[in-house]
Each structure stands twice: as C-alpha cells, then as structure tokens.
Write a protein that binds this ligand. Structure first.
Ligand code: FE
Ligand code: FE
Ligand code: ZN
Length: 279
C-alpha cells in the first residue's frame, strides 16, 4: 500500500487532523508544530491528541511528520536568533513526544555569509544540544534547493552535519523532490543515479520520508517553488517513478503542493492509482 498524505493545517486540533486525513484517503499527514513563523505553540489537550492516536492506530497510519517553523535558523550568525531556534526546537521535540515514534522535519539552516563549514558546525551544535537519548521522535533533515545561503542542498552537506551529531541514531533525512531537482539532482532523467549517490554519501537507510512536490522552476534553478503534481517541470511520469521505485516505495510520501483539501484528495487518488501492486 502507498503511504501518502499531505500538509494539513492544525487550526482545528489534532483529532481533526486525523479526520481530515481520512476524508481525503490519506494514511499520514504533515503539520506545522506551530505558526510557521515560530510564535508560541498552543497547549496540548490530552483528549485531542488521544483522538488522533486512536485514528492513526485504527487506520494503520504511517508515521506522521511535524514540520519545524521554516523561519528558524540554528546556523545564524546572531546568537539571539540561534538561541530562539534552540528554544523552539527543544519545545517542539518535547511536544512531539505526545505523538510517540513519529518524525520531526527541519530545514537545516542558512549560513548567512559565514560559510558552509561554519553553518554545518552550528547546525550540528544545535542538534547536539536538543537531542536526547530517550526521545522516540526521529529528527529529519530536509534536502534543500540551495536558495540564498541554505545548507543541505547537497548530500555531502547533509552527511557532514550527521557526522558531527552524537546521537545520530535519532537523525534521518527527508528528501523533497522539488528541492533536489532545483538543487541539481536529475530525478527526471536519472533517478537511479541520484539514489545511488544518496546511498553512497549518506546511506539510504537514513532516508525516512519524501516530500512529493512538482517544481515550478527548471532543473538546477536553486529556486524552491512547489507546483501541483504533473503541472511542473518534474512531471507526473517522474513522480510516478519516485513512488514506485523499489528503494523508495515503502516510505511515507507527503504532498506540499499548492492545493486546498479537494485538490489534495485528487492528487492522492491520482497517485494511489499510479502505485503498482507487486507480487
Ligand atoms: Fe520544508
Ligand atoms: Fe519540503
Ligand atoms: Zn520547498
């Protein structure tokens, strides 16, 4: 079975996330742990969370993905901005334990002129101060498109971060199809080579989730604008190859395409129909 869901808004609570996912034939979803700009998160209501856990259990959900606010920058040159990122990340990881054994997705950060090496060191330092041996949540580093001074647009940069993390058994990777294509990994013409490279540099056992997006921009544009499935430069055929690839098909896939709920329902149906049944 294809494990697929999309990004959903948490404004109506956790139980409602599960209900919305079911209503569009999804068996997972992604949510922002708080306002994407990083403001204070709502208090967690036990009944609300338990309602979601029951739905996930009853319907064999794949792991769900909490997404950190994308404005956080643990690689900032400004110690106050780094400290803010740390506080939010720690609080988010504590809250993720209400949903045990799921994933927390993080944009690694931007070095803002300090250089890639310095950025990598700061990100690893942040991870070393937030990860705990008893957490059940896997923290996923997202592959980035390389806009501005973003770190994580090459597999080598992701690997360099992981190598500096002490509790690296808590670290995985989320591959974003739009981002890697914009970053210059040709998943359209040579998906096998891209996955071989990922395996050689990071190791495919680290790959825990896929953000499934088409791209508005050409190959290697370093832009990061998501497009609806089949309407961008990656195209439906290549997206279909991604979900069916023997090294990827078991993973949870998360749509972050420009859609409201009905559009997501259509894309999920399209991809479920395109998922090959193997025997
Ligand atoms: Fe993201
Ligand atoms: Fe993404
Ligand atoms: Zn993006």
């Amino acid at each position: 079975m294809l494990n697929i869901g999309c990004h959903l808004s948490t404004s109506k609570g956790f139980t409602n996330l599960g209900k919305e996912a079911l209503s569009i034939n999804a068996n997972t979803f992604q949510f922002f742990t708080r306002n994407p700009r990083g403001s204070k998160a709502k208090d967690i209501d036990d009944d609300d969370v338990n309602g979601l856990l029951r739905i996930m259990d009853d319907n064999s959900f794949a792991p769900v993905l909490g997404h950190a606010p994308y404005t956080l920058n643990p690689a900032s040159a400004n110690p106050k901005i780094r400290e803010f990122a740390l506080q939010v990340l720690k609080d988010d990881l504590a809250r993720m334990e209400y949903l045990p054994n799921n994933f927390y997705n993080l944009h690694p950060g931007s070095h803002v002129g300090q250089g890639t090496q310095k950025g990598i060191e700061l990100i690893a330092e942040a991870l070393n101060s937030i990860l705990t041996a008893d957490q059940t949540t896997m923290v996923l580093l997202e592959t980035m498109s390389g806009k501005g001074s973003e770190i994580g647009s090459t597999f080598q940069e992701i690997k360099a971060i992981i190598d500096k993390v002490n509790l690296d058994n808590k670290i995985g990777v989320c591959l974003d199809t739009c981002h890697v294509y914009d970053a210059g990994y040709d998943i359209v013409n040579d998906l096998n080579s891209v996955l071989d490279e990922f395996d050689r540099i990071i190791g495919l056992e680290r790959l825990s989730a896929v953000h499934l997006n088409d791209s508005k921009n050409p190959f290697a544009s370093h832009k990061d604008r998501h497009e609806k499935i089949g309407e961008g430069t990656i195209g439906l055929k290549s997206i279909t190859n991604v979900i069916n690839h023997p090294k990827l098909r078991h993973l949870p896939f998360f749509l972050e395409t420009p859609n409201e709920l009905p559009g997501y329902a259509q894309e999920i149906q399209l991809l479920r129909d395109a998922f090959l049944i193997l025997r």
